[in-house]
Design a protein around this ligand. Structure first.
Ligand SMILES: NC(=O)c1ccc[n+]([C@@H]2O[C@H](COP(=O)([O-])OP(=O)(O)OC[C@H]3O[C@@H](n4cnc5c(N)ncnc54)[C@H](O)[C@@H]3O)[C@@H](O)[C@H]2O)c1
Length: 249
């Protein structure tokens, strides 16, 4: 069994979806969790739900993870609540603004790159300050299979996720000697609000291209995040774990 008792974790975009499921898994393993989201109401609700279910400490923090001032305050609040200690950072906040290149607006490119990629840069910068002093830490970036294989209509999103994979590998090299592991998870198509936008016909078409012939659940991604957050992954860094029913292999 994975035991994260006395560990502290900050998960961006964890008011709902995959981020929430990761927070639940880490809390169930004993970690104290900071639930951060641009939407304070969902963050508060998730923090309260987790606090009611597990004997751990949890806080809700409102932050736009793509804004440096918000990120600074989010880390200050988290460190204050958790006695100056941060063991695990999960960069999960992400959005889509899909469209073919010819029709994509500059603002949709900028928004997706800022929220999906710049956020990880800002959060890693803050987190590694504390982790460097502790000479240990786990950073997990939630990328996507489309960052590996591309996807028509998602030039902004796939570029942001490919960028996240590059950031992961570079930071893994920069921090390996400090025992800070930096890895990425590339989920395939997972059932959340993000994929709810698809029609049933689109979902069926997607599933037919997946060897396991179905979309994944948030818990499938959370299980990989739990492993990467734990000592079981101590000798793993700079890797991208696909959680996709065999879509990319
Ligand atoms: N669902 C999928 O199929 C899938 C596949 C691959 C990767 N992912 C990635 O997984 C992550 C979570 O996605 P999800 O499916 O749970 O989506 P979701 O839309 O259900 O949840 C995303 C969360 O991020 C929050 N958020 C949005 N912008 C933010 C910002 N600027 N700062 C802080 N929080 C913000 C939202 O309020 C929401 O709570 C994303 O990075 C997404 O790209 C999802």
């Amino acid at each position: 069994m994975i035991d994260l008792t006395s560990k502290t974790a900050l998960i961006t975009g964890s008011g709902r979806g995959i981020g929430k499921e990761i927070a639940v898994k880490l809390a169930a393993a004993g970690a104290n969790v900071a639930i951060s989201d641009i939407d304070l109401e969902t963050a508060k609700a998730t923090a309260a739900e987790i606090a009611g279910a597990y004997k751990i400490k949890t806080i809700a923090v409102a932050a736009d993870a793509s804004k440096a001032a918000d990120v600074e305050k989010m880390f200050a609040d988290t460190l204050e609540a958790f006695g100056g200690k941060l063991d695990i950072l999960i960069n999960n906040a992400g959005i889509t603004r899909d469209g073919l290149l010819m029709r994509m607006k500059e603002e949709d490119w900028d928004l997706v790159l800022n929220i999906n990629l710049k956020s990880a840069f800002l959060c890693c910068k803050e987190a590694t300050r504390t982790m460097m002093k502790a000479r240990s830490g786990k950073i997990i970036n939630i990328a996507s299979v489309v960052g590996l294989m591309g996807n028509a209509g998602q030039v902004n999103y796939s570029a942001s996720k490919a960028g996240m994979i590059g950031l992961t590998k570079t930071l893994a090299r920069e921090f390996a000697s400090r025992s800070i592991n930096v890895n990425a998870i590339a989920p395939g198509f997972i059932k959340t609000a993000m994929t709810d936008k698809l029609t049933d016909a689109e979902k069926e078409k997607l599933a037919s291209g997946i060897p396991m012939a179905k979309l994944g659940e948030p818990v499938d991604v959370a299980n990989a995040a739990l492993f990467l957050s734990s000592a079981l992954s101590d000798y793993i860094t700079g890797q991208v774990i696909t959680v996709d029913g065999g879509l990319v292999m």
